[in-house]
Structures are given as C-alpha cells and as structure tokens.
Design a protein around this ligand. Structure first.
Ligand code: HEM
Length: 141
C-alpha cells in the first residue's frame, strides 16, 4: 500500500490552517521578519496592511495544501504559469536571506508546538526551503 500524502499525514485542511494562523501570528513578533523588521515592505505591511492577514492565512493554507498533495489548490493573486511559484507575489517585498531564514526558524518552532512528527516537520521545512530563491528573488536578482 502506498504511503498517505503529506496533506493527510498533517491532518488535513483544518490542521494546516491552524498551523498557518499560528505561524502568521508568531512571525509578526519575530524581530527580524516581523512588525519591527528593518525591511520597509514588512514594516509598512504590519503597520498599515494588517487587514490583509486573514487573506494571507487563507492563501498560504491553500498553498500548503496543494504542495502537500491535498485536494485544495492555490491560485496566486498575481497569475503565473507555475501556480506554486512565489516569485511574482514576493519579488517587490525585497526579502533578504536573513529574513527568510528567520521565518524558517519561526516555522520550525510552530511545528514543534503542534507536535508535528520529525519526518513531517522536515518535509514541511524542505518544502519551505525549496521556494527560497523565489521568495528572496527581489534581493538576489
Ligand atoms: C516558502 C516560503 C513562503 C511561502 C510558502 C509563502 C506563501 C505566501 C502566499 C501563498 C502568499 C499569498 C500570495 C498571493 O497574494 O497570492 C504570501 C503573501 C505574503 N508573504 Fe509569503 N510565503 C513565504 C515566505 C515569506 C516570507 C519569508 C515572508 C516574510 C518574512 C513572507 C511574507 C509575506 C507577506 C507579508 C505576504 C502578504 C502580501 C500581500 O499583502 O499582498 N512570505 N506568502
């Protein structure tokens, strides 16, 4: 019998959404990637665009679902050929590698908080890292 998808092993859409919401809240408090970040886009986003946070949680939940092999699919607000490509939506944020890595640390902490098993935790972190160049495209291209 083939192994269950990562989506199923994470516990489906409600569990993924709960993790993403906690991640979004914890990220806001991170000194490097949160509301006090030295990145002008992030500073402005937290100060003036926090009404977008629920939308960010919905879209990121769908992104994780699709990436993990689930039935719920993501559609980017900036259309592009590869639907999971994060470059179009993150390019203008001018995110740095340091900010990306700080977000990865926050994600690892949240996955531990939810007692996600080591194997699934590493698969989620690997999926995050696999899209690094797209997320930080604004500072490396
Ligand atoms: C692999 C890692 C990441 C994934 C999977 C991801 C996923 C997403 C998704 C799906 C969206 C919605 C895009 C859309 O409008 O269609 C989004 C938006 C956003 N992301 Fe990321 N992201 C990642 C990394 C980061 C990092 C490292 C930061 C900041 C430190 C960040 C900050 C944001 C912000 C502030 C928005 C909202 C932009 C807006 O209001 O339009 N993301 N992200």
């Amino acid at each position: 019998m083939s192994e269950k998808s990562l989506y199923e092993r994470l516990g489906g859409i409600y569990n993924i959404a709960a993790v993403v919401e906690h991640f979004a809240n914890a990220l806001a408090k991170d000194p490097v990637a949160g509301e006090n970040s030295s990145n002008p886009f992030l500073k402005d986003w937290y100060a003036n665009k926090s009404w977008r946070a629920p939308g960010f949680i919905v879209l990121t939940t769908l992104w994780v679902s699709e990436k993990a092999g689930g039935p719920y699919k993501y559609v980017s607000t900036i259309p592009n050929e590869a639907s999971l490509d994060l470059e179009p939506t993150h390019y203008d944020m001018k995110l740095t590698e340091e900010e990306f890595n700080a977000a990865g640390q926050v994600l690892a902490t949240i996955l531990d908080h939810f007692d996600v098993p080591e194997k699934e935790k590493n698969q989620v972190l690997d999926a995050f890292t696999a899209h690094k160049d797209e997320v930080i495209s604004g500072t490396i291209k």
